[in-house]
Design a protein around this ligand. Structure first.
Ligand SMILES: Cc1ncc(COP(=O)(O)O)c(C=O)c1O
Length: 394
């Protein structure tokens, strides 16, 4: 009665974490600290409430699927400022599509990209391993074969498409790249992006680059895939970049982001989205416009993360496998047995972290197994307290 592909979806990592810790008590007398989930806890800008209130009449209207012209313009202007795109080369109407958070868009892009399955020619969807779980769920539900590309210190924690077999590349409809990556915080260079784009064009698959952590970095602004496109003939052909307000502006509950790139793909995606029905409400579109137009709150937010990573370096820098990521807000710590340490941290320190194994594929050879992921999303004091307790136990 139900789509049998659903049975292929594995338990989401948070459910697995709940099972791992069930029956274990955190110690009394200490605040329990949840560092397993990447939900930003910094405040969002005050103007969010005002813009929502000022646009409350829009709750009474059906929202337009492609958002508003004002929002698409503010996103185009942001891309031009952030990545130095030429203003004549990014058309808000043809190259940009607002979405209700990147999660749903990363899921539905697989439906958009994956062709019908023929008898012996199942399409593939390529993705890094470890990975954001939506990638594999989307591939499975679209009827594709997920191809997991192991990432490690050796690959700079980014997938090397040269490690994928020719047969799998020829069947590829889509490749997900995450930069800076969740969980490792590795950012692709412009040259790496160019290599990914060349592969996408040569094998004719969609390159979906998840850049939802792009605004949290510790040195120079990190490059983006659209920026790399400016150096290439054919401009954005085969390429889609996914951006979000969730981490940039601390509004994960707003559910707002955008997809930008190849105009043919944006057109196809818009058509699909008329049917999937995930348009954002008018007041949300108005807030999103104001947020993309404002950079002050983003700088404040970034500074807070920079301070917390400095604290992390001070508190955990002596750990033999500590490294500071290029971007994002996770520590990816090699600890031996990630599940065992996760249990110990909960039982003895009241700290909840995510075992890296749960972010990898499941075949007994998960590259995330020796790691834990620690989200530095709380206030500076609370985060430092968590890091101190972790340092004491590692
Ligand atoms: C790698 C990655 N991509 C996408 C998302 C989804 O973000 P949102 O749907 O809030 O834009 C997340 C959220 O944690 C993430 O970690």
């Amino acid at each position: 009665m139900v789509n049998e592909r659903l049975a292929l979806l594995r338990d989401y990592p948070f459910r697995r974490l709940r099972s791992l810790l069930s029956g274990l008590q955190a110690p009394g007398g200490k605040e329990e600290l949840i560092m397993s989930i990447g939900e930003p806890q910094h405040p969002y800008p005050d103007f969010v409430k005002d813009v929502l209130a000022d646009n409350s009449d829009l709750w009474g209207k059906y929202p337009p699927t492609p958002g508003t012209a004002e929002l698409r313009r503010s996103i185009a202007d942001w891309l031009i400022r952030r990545y130095g795109l030429e203003s004549t080369k990014i058309d808000p109407e043809r190259n940009i599509l607002p979405v209700a958070g990147t999660r749903e868009a990363l899921f539905s892009v697989a439906l958009m990209a994956t062709p019908q399955i023929t008898s012996n020619d199942q399409p593939t969807v390529l993705m890094p391993d470890p990975f954001y779980q939506i990638y594999s769920g989307a591939a499975i539900m679209a009827g594709a074969e997920p191809v997991y590309i192991p990432t490690s210190e050796k690959t700079g924690f980014l997938p090397d498409l040269a490690n994928v077999s020719n047969n799998q590349l020829e069947r590829a409809s889509l490749a997900y790249i995450c930069s800076p990556s969740n969980p490792q915080g590795a950012a692709a260079t412009k040259e790496q992006f160019i290599r990914y784009i060349e592969m996408a064009r040569s094998y004719n698959f969609v390159l979906a680059v998840d850049e939802c952590y792009s605004e949290i970095y510790f040195g120079n602004p990190l490059p983006g895939v659209l920026e790399a496109c400016t150096q290439m003939n054919g401009r954005y052909k085969n390429v889609l970049a996914f951006h979000s307000l969730s981490k940039r502006s601390n509004v994960p509950g707003l559910r707002s982001g955008f997809v930008a790139g190849d105009s043919e793909l944006i057109k196809a995606f818009s058509q699909l989205r008329q049917y999937t029905g995930n348009a954002s409400p008018g007041p949300v579109l108005a807030v999103a416009t104001a947020l993309w137009n404002d950079e002050d709150h983003v700088q404040i937010n970034r500074r807070l993360y920079q301070e917390k990573f400095k604290d992390a370096e001070n508190l955990l820098g002596k750990h033999p496998h500590f490294y500071k990521p290029d971007g994002g807000f996770y520590l990816w710590l090699k600890v031996g047995d990630g599940e065992a340490i996760t249990r110990t941290l909960w039982k003895e320190a009241g700290i909840k972290v995510m075992p890296g194994k749960y972010l990898s594929r499941e075949d007994g050879d998960e590259p995330g197994t020796p790691y834990i992921r620690v989200a530095l999303v709380h206030s500076r004091n609370k985060t430092a307290e968590g890091l101190r307790r972790i340092a004491a136990l590692l």
